[in-house]
Design a protein around this ligand. Structure first.
Ligand SMILES: Nc1ncnc2c1ncn2[C@@H]1O[C@H](COP(=O)(O)OP(=O)(O)OP(=O)(O)O)[C@@H](O)[C@H]1O
Ligand SMILES: [Mg+2]
Length: 345
């Protein structure tokens, strides 16, 4: 009975999987970081943390949040390989729901979903992604969700769907969506309410990682934990001095570290703004999404100063795409109540 099956909207990015679904009429969202390595972990005696040991074919994998041997998920093949299958199943387990048959809507980077030259759907890649997620996978000493149907949507662009439908756009309005993610910068131009996609852009050298990498180096030089997790948290909470002191052991280095982080954030903003202007000089409106949206917002506002408040950063920009896809695919007779909670990465 498909009517009772839960449908999950899953924005399976290269650094974090964002997953949204509707439960008891409410929109729920969870963010699940990607950090897998080969081989299994033995059950930790005291930590009380769940151990996730997976098998795909004959290969063993484990979830390891702080491993420096974590397998890279930032290459394009990731979209069609074991790690993507792992990331999606692992994220499903983080929803807290009992494993069951589910339908999923996942995403492909815009430059994979569309052919860059004519902006037409690339059916072959879409089918490759679908098939990848229908493959077998098992969890040692545990049960996994069973994915029975997969739909694919483009990354970034649908994040603006409800904004476009609720604001008075004409068929000529050109909306620029800028998605600053963990490792890539993706952009696209939507014509009208979603009548057409007129241009796409992808750059896997510009992303929050530029700031994260610099922060890790600074932390290491101040004799402090330099994991991705801690570095990313410090970037987010750089204005919270109590937190800053809790992660930087050598306090004399604090001003220098914060200055370096701010310089890197500015550099990221400048690069995104430069690429955006080069891509589209005069859009009618701009939407910012992705985990890096807040970091680049000022630079984008300056670059498109005449647009004023038509430059919009979506609420909770990191998970905006998953939420919008979820709302779009939810049955119209089950209009969800406002969101309950967004668990941050
Ligand atoms: N409020 C915030 N301030 C600063 N950085 C943030 C914030 N929220 C998330 N991030 C950072 O954004 C990055 C992840 O963004 P996102 O989830 O959009 O990337 P992704 O979709 O996995 O990557 P990509 O789109 O490049 O494949 C992480 O580095 C995370 O620390
Ligand atoms: Mg992304």
């Amino acid at each position: 009975m498909t009517a009772t099956r839960i449908k999950f909207a899953i924005d399976d990015g290269s650094t974090n999987v964002k997953i949204s679904w509707i439960q008891n009429g409410r929109l729920k969202t969870v963010i699940s970081p990607n950090s897998f390595r080969k081989d299994w972990k033995s059950a930790a005696l005291l930590s009380g943390q769940a151990v996730y040991n997976y098998t795909i074919g004959t290969t063993k994998y484990t979830y390891d949040a702080t491993s420096d041997k974590a397998l890279s998920t930032t290459h394009i093949e990731y979209q069609y390989d074991d790690l993507n299958l792992l990331a999606v199943h692992h994220a499903l387990l983080q929803t807290g729901l009992p494993p069951q048959d589910v339908e999923v809507v996942v995403t492909l980077p815009i430059t994979q979903y569309y052919n860059p030259d004519d902006c037409q759907r690339n059916e072959e890649r879409i089918e490759a992604k679908r098939r990848n997620l229908l493959r077998d996978i098992s969890l040692n000493k545990g049960e996994l969700f069973r994915i029975v149907d997969v739909q694919v949507m483009p990354e970034s662009l649908p994040a603006a769907l409800s904004h476009l439908i609720n604001s008075s756009v004409s068929e000529f309005t050109r909306t620029l969506v800028i998605d600053c993610g963990g490792t890539t910068l993706d952009m696209g131009v939507i014509v009208g309410e979603f009548d057409d996609v007129s241009a796409i852009y992808g750059n896997n050298e510009i992303g929050v990682a530029m700031v994260t990498d610099a922060t890790r180096k600074q932390l290491a030089a101040a004799d402090s934990d330099a994991s991705y997790l801690v570095a990313n948290e410090l970037i987010k909470r750089r204005d919270d001095m109590a937190f800053v002191k809790s992660v930087i052991n050598d306090e004399s280095r604090i001003p220098q570290i914060l200055e370096r982080i701010n310089t890197k954030i500015q550099e990221l903003g400048d690069q995104v703004a430069y690429e955006a202007k080069k891509f589209v000089k005069n859009p009618n409106r701009v939407y910012l999404v992705g985990g890096g949206a807040h970091l680049v917002e000022d630079a984008i506002r300056r670059a498109y100063a005449t647009l004023g408040d038509r430059v919009v950063t979506l609420d909770n920009p990191q998970s905006a795409l998953a939420r919008e896809i979820c709302l779009y695919h939810s049955a119209s007779d089950a209009v969800p109540l406002p969101e309950e909670a967004v668990a941050d990465a």
